[in-house]
Design a protein around this ligand. Structure first.
Ligand code: G6Q
Length: 545
């Protein structure tokens, strides 16, 4: 029987170290080491990480990496890349890294090299995307398709939504791209109300092709299309599918020739670089999409080969564990200072919280330690005028990742004043500086603030931050950034000894909803056998719907 995590030598040393270093402040740490800002940094795949503004010493980092080693993070990483069935509760390999492997790579799953399969699908996607983008793929009435509606939810939505916004600068702007995910009819109605069905391509993205929300939206979209085009044959020109379920795709009425497949070793939230990214490829083109994949691969290689001491996903993962498990931090904020990354925090919420929101270990035991944090965030600088108050002066410890770019894609000079981008980036640096060093009572009083008001103006500081800088937001850098967080999540899940690749926690609600649907529909009230709250709510809804 292996020792549990909290009994490992490294864990116990970290507990003691956390106790011993309770009063450590970033002020003293920086005061004692003039080179700290350069020293506590690492670089890989085009990303620069400054982690110096964390409550860590060299000893802390050593102990955190000891913990990574003692929990076999490198071996677990290698097992993932090698295609071992590490998703044990579903009996599957976890090979999103194969989706971005170069054409000549070899990744074996059950005795078969899957890389040629991956590239076959990519090539088919590219050929299709080229036709739509060039206007040679014609709709049923002979018009080119200029609107793309992706229907999917969760992992079949959030990645493309995030990346389509992130890479808008590189998109073919005469194409309108919309994403419908919510089963709330409002989503589909509002996203299609100004679109001409004769010029619209619908992509039904669903790994299983059974997801209630997606199927309901797909059926309603088909009705919408046929109401205008009045011939079932139109479906083949206007609907394509991304799925692993060829049979269900065909039953729905989509031509299997217009289906783009992927495999059970691609988890939903790790699938945006599979055919699930078709909508994104239509927007940014096959070359842009391949650049994105190259960026993912850059980070895969970095994660696979860089020493733990300078391995970005390992550093971010272990720093997160330091606060989550040894400082009682409940949440982690991701703050991208780039408008194009508006949906990045929402994407990371699924990636991280669905992966590591688990309380049962791989050995089937209840954990006796904290696992995944609440992930949240908004693009800067907007958050500064909203929730940063709590980060600066509240009572909760919220480690933050700041993400910024040295070059903007939209230079806006302001005459003699500073360009927008300098204003933006000044805020990144200022916020992390303020969070780290704060402002003492002495400083406040020196500024002439009266003693009664002075305490309100004090900033304790010592709020930990990471700063991730890249030169420019390109498809390649975006790929590296996403893979950085994928692997960070992996590292943490490996240490916590949980399965980051299943999501049984979403099942119960789905099953119960399936039972309730007919109860809402039935003409006569059926015998309701729920609790008294659920029964009353259903009755109230039935009488007022
Ligand atoms: C992600 C989850 C989940 C999934 C959706 C959509 O890891 O598995 O978010 O992506 O439930 O599933 P389908 O693609 O099968 O419709």
């Amino acid at each position: 029987m292996t020792a549990t995590l909290t009994k490992t030598t490294a864990w116990q040393s970290l507990e003691k170290h956390a106790q011993d270093s309770k009063n450590m402040t970033l002020r003293t740490l920086f005061g004692a080491d003039a080179t700290r800002g350069e020293r506590l940094s690492a670089e890989g795949a085009g990303l620069y990480l400054d982690y110096s503004k964390n409550r860590v010493t060299d000893e802390t980092m050593k102990l955190l990496l000891d913990l990574a080693r003692e929990t076999h993070v490198p071996q677990k990483r290698d097992a993932m890349f090698a295609g071992e069935k590490i998703n044990v509760t579903e009996g599957r390999a976890v090979l999103h890294t194969a989706l971005r492997a170069p054409r000549d790579a070899t990744v074996m799953v059950d005795g078969r090299n899957v890389v040629p399969d991956v590239h076959d699908v990519l090539d088919r996607m590219a050929a299709f995307a080229d036709q739509v983008r060039s206007g040679t793929w014609l709709g049923y009435t002979g018009k080119p398709l200029k609107n793309i509606v992706n229907i999917g939810i969760g992992g079949s939505d959030l990645g493309p939504v995030m990346a389509a916004e992130a890479l808008k600068h590189y998109a073919q702007r005469n194409l309108t791209l919309r994403f419908v995910s919510n089963v709330d009819g409002t989503d589909l109605v509002e996203k299609t109300r100004d679109l001409d069905p004769a010029e619209t391509l619908v992509i039904v993205s669903s790994k299983t092709f059974t997801t209630q929300e997606t199927m309901a939206n797909a059926r309603s979209a088909r009705t919408w299309l046929l109401a205008a085009l009045k011939d079932d044959a139109a479906v083949a020109r206007h609907f394509v599918a991304v799925s692993t379920n060829a049979e269900a795709v065909q039953t729905f009425g989509i031509d299997p020739a217009n289906m783009f497949g992927f495999w059970d070793w691609v988890g939903g939230r790790y699938s945006m670089d599979s055919a699930i990214g078709l909508s994104l490829m239509l927007a940014v083109g096959p070359d842009g999409f391949r650049e994105l994949l190259a960026g993912f691969h850059d980070m895969d290689e970095h994660f696979r080969t860089a020493p733990l001491e300078s391995n970005l996903p390992v550093l971010l993962g272990m720093l997160g564990i330091w606060y989550n498990n040894f400082h009682d931090a409940q949440s982690h904020a991701v703050l991208p200072y780039d408008q194009y990354l508006a949906y990045f925090p929402a994407y990371l919420q699924q990636l991280d919280m669905e992966s590591n929101g688990k309380h049962i270990t791989l050995d089937g035991q209840h954990v006796d330690y904290q696992t995944g944090p609440v992930i949240w965030g908004q693009p800067g600088t907007n958050g500064q005028h909203a929730f940063y108050q709590l980060i600066h002066q509240g009572t909760k410890l919220i480690p933050c990742d700041f993400i910024g770019f040295c070059q903007t894609l939209n230079p806006l000079p302001l005459g003699d004043e500073a360009p927008h981008h300098d204003l933006l980036m000044a805020n990144v640096f200022a916020q992390t500086e303020a969070m780290a060093f704060g402002k003492t009572l002495e400083q406040v009083l020196d500024e002439g603030v009266t003693p009664d008001l002075a305490p309100h103006r004090v900033f304790e500081g010592n709020r930990p931050t990471n700063t991730i800088l890249a030169d420019r937001l390109t498809p390649r850098i975006l790929g590296a950034l996403i893979a950085l967080y994928e692997h960070k999540v992996f590292v943490q899940g490996a240490v916590w000894n949980i399965n980051s690749f299943d999501q049984w926690g979403v099942e119960l609600g789905k099953v119960l909803a399936g039972k309730i649907v007919p109860e809402l529909h039935a003409a006569q009230e059926p015998e309701l056998k729920h609790d008294s709250s659920t029964n009353t709510l259903i009755r109230r809804y039935r009488t007022r719907r």
